[in-house]
Design a binder for this molecule. Structure first.
Ligand SMILES: [Zn+2]
Length: 202
């Protein structure tokens, strides 16, 4: 199952032009056929580890060590492929700055805690070009016209990314309702802080 309902992506391709899926470290390594195939068992902890505690456990340390190992491996691959250039540094800085200025999202803030890249980082949609900005009804970021459909812009609706996240939330609600009807105990799989869900693209 794709991250976003495939039918909507096919029917509204123009609304997805600037919507990009973020991969977790393990998925990024897998996508690049890395020889570092050491399986990570840490993903299951992404949702439950509390990093605000003073006293961190061995599981915390293992999780952090796992991330460092994967970051080093990806750095080697990206450097060899000449991916690390000025543009990437600028975009990375813009992405990190978002988290610093807006703070970390709460666990229930699904429009800011999800696996899609916020608009305006790599797509050039961040500039208003004199047309002003409006707050998105989902992520609450102030964004220019080209981040919204015409209807969303006129009615203070959701940006392209939050529209897609909203579709995912609706689908998950429907799945949850159907599950409870059939009394299934099959647990859904989500994503957590810093550990994005892997899977097929869209
Ligand atoms: Zn938004």
């Amino acid at each position: 199952m794709g991250y976003i309902p495939r039918g909507d992506v096919a029917a509204n391709a123009a609304l997805y032009r600037d919507v990009h899926r973020l991969s977790g470290l393990a998925q990024a390594l897998e996508d690049r056929d890395s020889e570092d195939k050491e399986p990570t068992t840490m993903k299951e902890f992404a949702k439950i580890l509390d990093w605000s505690k003073d006293d961190i456990s061995q599981v915390h340390r293992n999780y952090a060590a796992d991330d460092i190992r994967m970051i080093s491996e990806l750095w080697k691959i990206f450097t060899a492929a000449h991916y690390i250039n000025e543009q990437l540094r600028r975009e990375s800085a813009a992405y990190v700055a978002l988290w610093i200025t807006d703070g970390q999202p709460g666990a229930s803030d699904e429009f800011r805690l999800n696996a899609l890249l916020p608009l305006g980082i790599i797509d050039g949609t961040g500039d208003a070009y004199g047309g002003g900005k409006k707050p998105c009804a989902g992520c609450k970021r102030s964004l220019p016209r080209n981040c919204f459909s015409r209807n969303a812009w006129e009615n203070v609706g959701k940006c392209h990314v939050c529209r897609a996240v909203g579709l995912r939330i609706n689908r998950q609600d429907t799945i949850a309702r159907n599950r409870s009807c059939y009394d299934s105990d099959d647990d859904g799989y989500g994503y957590g802080y810093g550990g994005y869900e892997s899977g097929s693209d869209f």
